[in-house]
Ligand binder design. Structure first.
Ligand SMILES: C[S@@+](CC[C@H](N)C(=O)[O-])C[C@H]1O[C@@H](n2cnc3c(N)ncnc32)[C@H](O)[C@@H]1O
Length: 403
């Protein structure tokens, strides 16, 4: 057994046998995350938060929402003027534990009391196991109408508002590409059963790119000016290909009649993403706060993620009909939204609240820690309504001018 070969759980063995013994990596990743009985999210086994499997910014407390709200208020006020009668929706796609919406609701109540009757929250969650937990979480927050629906359903009656995709796109299944004898291959996941007594194993395997995948890569690399594989990449170099980002952007665009999309996710420029020295790509698994490159292990019990490529994200969004307003690192965004002022204000807290002040300080600093959440990038896009020339551009607190 090679170090990369791992025991295959019984449910996955049966699934693989039904599919001829091997599947492309995205199929494995989809089952491992979203199978309704065995998948990490599908079953609701995986927990987001300090006591769970991995943390996200909202799961650390309400410090993140307390800063983000300033940006949302600005965008909502702009949309309220532009559409004086319309309902305004805050759409959270991939809400996890529901923390972000649960924290934003009271902040919206305080900041925008006049707009409240026009506001609603829409949660777009693929996995029933997660939906149950989100409903429980939001039971405690009253006063703003919340509903759950799919992007397809929203596409039938597009909304006006703000769509949030917070650590969603890095959880979409990816193709895994491998350089072999000078050409890219598609990595597969295979079942290996050696003898009656042997534990079945999961092993990596490969096959030539399908013509569809090859065409997809060709079109996007030309569109976004990528060099894939990069010059000097060694034999065995691997990377990820986010084939589902483009269709997701199209669905998201169809779901919004007007408004903004804020994507917050781990991403890097193509020059870093597809660098010859990044020979193992960015694919990682998370479980009980431990990161591992062993993504085939314990299928259904760990999260699997891959960073995004900045250029292909923006290229796919633009092609879908989104207008790119700008991007920055989480630290820059949060500083522009008042992080430094928050830290300063903590010094004024009374001495008997020292413990709480220290907790808040730690939470704020974790949001910008360059070794973790500070790596996150914020991307803002806007829908261009048909009469674009008559509509003012969104004002931005943290973003550079739309290009
Ligand atoms: C990494 S968690 C992010 C949680 C949350 N946004 C946060 O930052 O705390 C990913 C969430 O997206 C959901 N999800 C994954 N793929 C999805 C999809 N295609 N559409 C909607 N939700 C999805 C998962 O079930 C889970 O709730």
């Amino acid at each position: 057994m090679k170090a990369s070969d791992v025991p295959c759980p019984e449910w996955l063995k049966q699934r693989l046998q039904q599919h001829g013994g091997r599947v492309p990596f995205p199929t494995f990743m989809d089952w491992a995350l979203h199978d309704p009985v065995h998948g990490a999210y599908g079953s609701g086994h995986l927990r987001v938060g300090k006591a769970g499997d991995f943390v996200t910014s909202p799961s650390l407390g309400d410090e993140f929402s307390g800063l983000l709200i300033h940006q949302l208020i600005e965008w909502l006020q702009l949309l309220a003027v532009r559409h004086p009668e319309a309902r305004l929706s805050i759409v959270d796609v991939g809400p996890g534990e529901g923390d972000l919406i649960a924290q934003l609701i009271p902040l919206l109540q305080t900041a925008l009391p006049d707009l409240l009757p026009r506001l609603e929250c829409v949660l777009v969650e693929l996995n029933p196991g997660m939906q149950i937990r989100q409903k429980q979480r939001l039971q405690t927050v009253e006063s703003l109408h919340c509903r759950w629906c799919s992007l397809e359903t929203l596409g039938e009656q597009p909304v006006i508002g703000i769509m949030l995709a917070h650590e969603l796109l890095d959880a979409l299944p990816v193709e895994r590409l491998l350089l072999r004898d000078g050409s890219l291959q598609r990595q597969m996941v295979s079942l290996q059963i050696s003898g009656d007594e042997q534990q079945p194993l999961l092993v990596w395997d490969e096959e030539p790119l399908s013509s569809e995948l090859e065409a997809h890569i060709q079109v996007q690399t030309v569109r976004d000016g990528l060099n894939l594989p990069p010059n000097g990449a060694p034999e065995g170099w691997t990377t990820e290909w986010h084939h589902l980002v483009a269709p997701w952007m199209q669905q998201a665009c169809a779901a919004m009649a007007d408004g903004m999309l804020l994507v917050v996710d781990y991403a890097m420029e193509a020059s870093r993403y597809y660098a010859p020295h990044r020979r193992d790509g960015t694919l990682l698994a998370y479980r009980r706060q431990q990161a591992s490159s062993d993504v085939l292990r314990d299928a259904g019990c760990q999260d699997i993620t891959a960073h995004l490529c900045l250029e292909t994200l923006v290229g796919s969004a633009s092609e879908a009909g989104w207008f790119f307003a700008g991007q920055c690192r989480q630290g820059e965004a949060l500083l522009a939204l008042g992080l430094a002022e928050r830290l300063t204000a903590l010094q004024q807290m009374p001495a008997d609240q020292l413990a709480e002040a220290l907790r808040q300080r730690e939470a704020l600093l974790r949001l910008v820690d360059p070794g973790c959440l500070g790596e996150l990038r914020w991307f803002a896009f806007h829908r261009q309504p048909s009469a674009a020339a008559e509509v003012p551009e969104p004002v931005s607190l943290f973003l550079s001018e739309p290009s």
